[in-house]
Design a protein around this ligand. Sequence first.
Ligand SMILES: [Zn+2]
Length: 97
Amino acid sequence: MSSDMTDHDLPHEHLDGYCVDALRELYLFLDGELTEERRVVIEAHINECSPCMEKFQFEDDLRVGIRTVVQGQVPPPDFRDRLLSAIDQAAAQSGGA
Ligand SMILES: [Zn+2]
């Protein structure tokens, strides 16, 4: 009996474990609640890993928009467009190929 499982090469398989850590700490990072040491690690990972970079920028944009609304200011006109296109991208990616 031969198992014919193909080895799918994930785009950033070598970063797999780091991605889990990075995404877990992403929210702490954005809240400024990470230690200096961890910030450096997460920052370095985000700079090297485009999936995490996109996720980070999406969350960062989201927070800026929310903060703006909370402060009673009007979000920039392109905020909604950028948000929608970011959601589109995320949906396309997680939808599987
Ligand atoms: Zn990553």
